[in-house]
Design a protein around this ligand. Structure first.
Ligand code: HSE
Length: 430
């Protein structure tokens, strides 16, 4: 049998410890599948003495993670440090300079520097593997890069952040407001003490930029992803949506439109008949639509020690087998700098929720704004009393360009009758 693949592991948080545990538990099986052993030989982390629930004293300790790749006894580096730049990026670059392969869970680094890293990997004849970076344990990168490689994809979209999905699901199930559920998620350790990357949609946007690159042959371009998180989703929106036959989910969506590549993370109304509507709690899911395969639906755990370690070790097995392949499904030189589709050109149905003063003529004002922007209303409900003393007006538009709906909303917001900020959400009609 070929000699073992020797791993340098940078980062011993939950996922790093999970990789060690998985390799211990499934050692014989992994060896049979890879046709050679996979052995961690050296590790690096911030705190050498922390109890990680697994013995790491048997590995060589390296204080400076960026040195791991220079060791003669390391064939492949696993980067679990995180962060778009800093030590993670230094280590990734150095790994390719040393002619070695990199397995990473770092979506921020790939969303910002994916093209450069793919080029470096190719020049070095090395692998850049990142199954764990998108949707944790779900094999969506392999699914799109390999399984669906023969298809032209119309769109790729999904629930890419478990923290947001947990919060939205809990708001719906318990009727609790956003701030209360977020505090509970932090107490349970789901959300970070600074949860802004999750709840402002940035984590999902990193993952979407990677999926879009893989799906459409585009250079990863985090800056082109329009991003709206879930802070403004009110419990009243969740209740109105339920009445109308929808669930609210934070959806990352990338698709090729006439004006270019559309990429956006945003809270959406998902019809109950769509499988995404039933992805609850901290689960993730990705949908891809190919011209021959049809709709693919991937669902599973998007985070956590076991699922993420499962993805990292799957990549190590690929490296051990010598299955490298181009990182983004085609050589880096073939990835295009696709123009960003104007967000206003996006066509769809929209949910609008306003709180208005309950007096004569208010509805006429709102509908005049819609008429002036040629937006047609499919349904309109006035109901309930909002906390601030007004009443809710909820509208669903017919399909039309987003630009017009935004313009109408701008007109409505300018009215003295409208109290506070209106809410507008896309309806996922795919
Ligand atoms: N913070 C992410 C989430 C997991 O909540 O889904 C890691 O990407």
């Amino acid at each position: 049998m070929t000699k073992p693949l020797r791993v340098g592991l940078a980062g011993l948080g939950n996922v790093g410890a999970g990789v060690v545990k998985l390799l211990d538990t499934n050692r014989a099986l992994v060896e049979r599948r890879a046709n050679r052993g996979i052995e961690v030989v050296a590790v690096s982390a911030r705190d050498r003495h922390r109890d990680r629930g697994v013995d790491t004293t048997r590995f060589e300790w390296v204080d400076d993670a960026t040195q791991l790749c220079h060791r003669d006894d390391v064939d492949v580096v696993v980067e679990l440090i995180g962060g778009a730049d800093g030590p993670a990026l230094t280590l990734a670059r150095a790994t390719f300079d040393c002619g070695k392969s990199l397995v990473t869970a770092n979506k921020a680094m790939l969303a910002h520097h994916g093209l450069e890293l793919a080029e470096r990997a190719e020049s070095a004849g090395s692998a850049l593997k990142y199954e764990a970076a998108v949707a944790g344990g779900i094999p969506v990168i392999k699914g799109l890069r390999e399984g669906a490689a023969a298809n032209e994809l119309a769109q790729v979209y999904g629930i890419l952040n478990g923290t947001c999905n947990y919060i939205l699901t809990s708001m719906e199930q318990d009727g609790s407001p956003f701030a209360e559920v977020l505090a509970e998620a932090q107490r349970l350790g789901y959300a970070e003490a600074d949860p802004s990357f999750d709840i402002d949609g940035i984590d999902a946007a990193h993952k979407l930029a990677i999926l879009a690159s893989l799906s459409f042959g585009a250079r990863p371009d985090f800056g082109a992803v329009a991003t709206q998180g879930i802070r403004e989703v009110d419990i009243a929106d969740i209740q109105h949506a339920a009445t109308l036959g929808f669930r609210i989910k934070l959806v990352g969506l990338a698709r090729q439109e006439a004006g270019g590549l559309f990429q956006r993370v945003h809270p959406c109304l998902v019809p109950l008949g769509h499988p995404l509507a039933h992805v609850d709690g901290s689960l993730n899911a990705v949908v891809a639509e190919g011209n021959f395969v049809g709709r693919l639906f991937f669902q599973g755990r998007g985070a956590g020690e076991g699922p993420t370690a499962s993805a990292v070790v799957a990549d190590l097995i690929d490296v051990a087998r010598g299955e490298f392949g181009p990182a983004f499904a085609m050589p880096a030189s073939k990835l295009g700098a696709l123009p960003a589709a104007p967000q206003g050109d996006h066509v769809g149905r929209y949910y609008l929720r306003l709180t208005v003063a309950d007096r004569p003529g208010v509805l006429a004002e709102l509908t005049a704004a819609l008429r002036d922007e040629s937006v047609s209303i499919e349904s309109l409900i006035q109901r309930g009393t909002a906390a601030n003393g007004g009443v809710y007006v909820v509208m669903v538009t017919h399909e039309g360009p987003e630009r017009a709906v935004r313009a109408a909303l701008g007109r409505m917001s300018a009215s003295d009758s409208v109290i506070g900020q209106p809410m507008m959400m896309h309806i996922l009609d795919f």
